[in-house]
Ligand binder design. Structure first.
Ligand code: AMP
Ligand code: FE
Ligand code: FE
Ligand code: ZN
Length: 279
């Protein structure tokens, strides 16, 4: 049996592995295919593709966009996209500048709470265009202002905590359209974490292609539940670990093992879509 992990992050967003380290881990775990899904960027895809080719692993370029539907935050994964698509690159550049401003605002809130963190420290540590709350948390730990990442989120960074700043979110329909016009497929990430299944029919109508049934934080029952929804709405089935690097001693990569047939269906659907677009 061949398996894939289609939800992975690198240091181009809030993961800690380089693309090469990530692929080395994929090899160690015997994966046949991986997808890179960094938040609001596709920058790591070229290097990950090259490393995958050397390792004999299939590579799927991707990204993870933050969106909203009826007041709920959703993450939309884009797969098989053209990573050179001009509109995709222009829009993600805008999301990245919004992320950078949000970091400055979170740091200002921390300073107002007399937590002496500098934005420049967060940017230096993040060293990427798509910084997020995990980088603020790491900077707080590095400066010994928090004991660990959990404390940083619990005290300051979780939703409605004092340094939390709401994030700009496009509509789910806009995220799906942006992915489609770049030749990609749009997949709802970790629906089990969103607690808003009622919005699924609306985003299916907006063109959603698939649903992430298997995820580190989905129970067996949750995965079964979303497999049922995938069947009902004729959606592709995906899955991934959402690995961000070492987590409590070992990386999550490979802990979710998606049967390879789903990768084949994903590729087939992308090829059909793009041949329709050309015809
Ligand atoms: P952001 O995109 O800046 O809002 O940050 C969201 C990211 O923070 C997620 O993708 C996770 O990687 C991470 N995250 C969110 N909540 C927590 C938490 N409670 N503890 C640790 N990491 C978290
Ligand atoms: Fe993340
Ligand atoms: Fe996510
Ligand atoms: Zn993710």
């Amino acid at each position: 049996m061949k398996f894939a992990d289609l939800h992975l992050h690198t240091q181009f967003s809030d993961g800690t592995f380089s693309p090469e380290e990530l692929v080395a881990q994929a090899r160690l775990h015997g994966l046949a295919a991986v997808a890179l899904t960094d938040h609001d960027t596709v920058e790591g895809c070229a290097r990950a593709a090259m490393a995958s080719q050397t390792a004999g692993i299939e590579f799927i370029p991707g990204t993870e966009l933050t969106a909203e539907q009826d007041g709920n935050e959703l993450h939309v994964l884009g797969y098989c996209l053209d990573t050179q698509n001009p509109r995709l690159l222009a829009e993600i550049a805008h999301f990245q500048s919004v992320r950078q401003n949000r970091i400055r605002e979170m740091v200002a809130r921390l300073q107002a709470l007399r937590v002496p963190l500098e934005a420049e420290r967060v940017f230096a540590l993040a060293n990427c265009r798509s910084p997020g709350r995990p980088h603020v948390a790491r900077a707080l730990v590095e400066a010994r202002l928090c004991a660990n990442l959990d404390e940083a989120f619990e005290r300051f960074l979780k939703k409605n905590r004092p340094a939390w700043v709401p994030k700009f979110k496009m509509s789910a329909a806009s995220a799906i359209e942006l992915i489609h016009q770049a030749g990609g497929l749009a997949v709802l990430a970790h629906p089990g974490l969103n607690h808003c299944d009622e919005i699924i029919p609306t985003i299916v109508d907006a063109g959603l292609d698939g649903i992430e049934c298997f995820h580190t934080k989905h129970s067996v029952a949750a995965s079964q539940h979303y497999l049922g929804i995938a069947g009902r709405f004729n959606l592709l089935v995906t899955g991934g670990s959402d690995c961000h690097g070492y987590s409590k001693g070992k990386p999550l990569i490979g802990s979710v093992r998606l049967p390879f047939e789903h990768v084949e269906k994903l590729r087939q659907r992308a090829a059909e879509r793009n041949s329709e677009a050309v015809a």
